[in-house]
Write a protein that binds this ligand. Structure first.
Ligand code: DLL
Length: 434
């Protein structure tokens, strides 16, 4: 079956994509320069005039934009249009300081729905889909982003929002929900809770999981698929650039297709800021090519990935990014070694006796950083057998050491004792600066 929503946009020849991107880049740089005082100043200070953008390579002339720039211009300093052209406002929660705010014009909302429609249609969502959106409705972009895209392809949308897990499960059974939208960790928690409540998985019709907003290792994805008997795809985006809809997997699941007619992505070395080539791993930087409300030039995402421009077996020619490896600011530097939580996850999930719930605790002891990995035991593990527990602990420690290259202390937690999350999971507790 042909699962391409917008053939013209998704199967363009590379030369045509690049031509379109250059036209749009030239336009958006001029538009930002003329309408956002922050960019007028930033480009003037860098000695860059919009006319200097003659090729896609010239994007390097433009200074990078950071989350701090958005915070400094809180709440509406980055908008390129007057308030009466803004029809929606979202914001990212953030952990410290002001949230980052994003404003949309009607055209931005329409483009967003189109981008989302492409991604959900690519994995089979259509008018036969009954989808339950378990992302929080509100300032978070996840719920409304998926909502509009799914309505556009004709799906029946259940805006369940997040929380109240028992009720979510009831709705799924009663409404015959066949598609789930949530974070990967919540998808797993829903399955666990259903089992705990004594419902058989046969009572659910879930076949497709449009997951995102946090990473999943292939191992975690396998567990989620096995728990629900569903096909899971990964969707990526961030509130600053508009929310979900920037990229997502097709049925091949061989990278996330980028909606390149609306987003121009680069990979940089986050230390030297040098632009890297195709296939090289680094921090992704995004320029929104068509945003009216809050366009961003070369926004530093802090997300680590790489990009390929090889056409995909699915027939799309759009660039694909790898699943996010981690965030450059999530990356833990422990005794000089870079550790991504995703590496720990891929070790844990392959092991017997261990549940897919964990926490990383980093401490400074004297001048040394230490890593503790708290892992949760499965319910059938006999807790009274000390030697068996010791064996599990040693196995996990040795596997972690092989993969991470440093020693981590493993502590075993009782079944169901670690925190469960309804939104993004918080797995790292960094106590080094306390
Ligand atoms: O999480 C937007 C979104 C909603 C994407 C729903 C997909 C589905 P923020 O709350 O601003 O926006 O968080 C953005 O979350 O920079 C990544 O670090 C992380 N992230 C988002 N999607 C993925 C993913 C939304 N598929 C930040 N894999 C981003 C890994 C992801 N990390």
């Amino acid at each position: 079956m042909d699962l391409i929503w917008n053939k013209a946009a998704e199967t363009m020849k590379r030369a045509d994509i690049e031509k379109l991107q250059l036209e749009r880049l030239q336009h958006i740089v001029k538009y930002c320069y003329e309408n956002v005082p922050f960019y007028t100043k930033k480009l003037d200070e860098a000695g860059v005039k919009p006319e200097m953008i003659k090729t896609l390579e010239d994007i390097k002339l433009i200074p990078l934009t950071t989350k701090e720039d958005l915070r400094d211009n809180y709440p509406f300093g980055m908008l390129a249009v007057p308030q009466n052209k803004i029809v929606r406002i979202h914001a990212s929660s953030g952990t410290t300081g002001n949230p980052t705010v994003v404003g949309y014009t009607q055209k931005d909302i329409d483009v967003w729905a189109e981008d989302m429609a492409r991604l959900v249609y690519a994995v089979g969502a259509n008018s036969d889909t009954v989808v339950q959106i378990c992302f929080g409705y509100g300032l978070f972009t996840g719920a409304l982003g998926l909502h509009y895209g799914l309505e556009k392809v004709g799906a029946s949308v259940i805006p369940a929002s997040s929380g109240n897990t028992e009720k979510q499960l009831k709705l799924m059974r009663d409404f015959g929900t066949n598609c789930l939208v949530s974070t990967p960790s919540y998808a797993l928690y829903l399955a666990e809770k259903s089992k705990e409540l004594g419902f058989s998985m046969d009572e659910y019709k879930i076949r497709l999981g449009l997951l995102g907003s946090e990473g999943t290792t292939p191992e975690m994805r396998d567990q989620i698929e096995a728990a629900w008997g569903m096909f899971v795809t990964d969707n990526y985006g961030m509130s600053e650039i508009g929310g979900p809809g920037m990229s997502g997997e097709c049925m091949e699941r061989n990278g996330l297709h980028i909606n390149e007619d609306h987003f121009l992505c680069e990979i940089i070395n986050s230390q030297t800021l040098e632009v890297l080539g195709e296939g090289e791993v680094g921090e992704m930087v995004v320029t929104t090519l068509t945003k009216e409300g809050m366009p961003l030039l070369r926004y530093r995402t802090k997300d680590i990935t790489r990009i390929t421009y090889e056409p995909c077996r699915c027939g799309r020619t759009t660039a694909r990014m790898d699943k996010i490896k981690g965030r450059s600011d999530d990356m833990l530097k422990i005794r000089g070694v870079n550790v991504f939580p995703s590496q720990v996850e891929s070790v844990l999930i392959g092991l017997d006796d261990i549940a897919p719930h964990y926490q990383l605790i980093v401490r400074r002891e004297g001048f040394q950083d230490t890593l503790e990995v708290k892992v949760e035991l499965l319910e059938n593990v006999p807790l009274e057998k000390f030697s068996a527990l010791e064996k599990i602990q040693r196995t996990v420690e040795s596997k972690l050491q092989t993969v991470l290259g440093i020693k981590a202390k493993v502590t075993l937690a009782e079944p169901k004792s670690l925190e469960r999350f309804q939104g993004k999971a918080k797995r790292i507790l960094d106590l080094r600066n306390q």
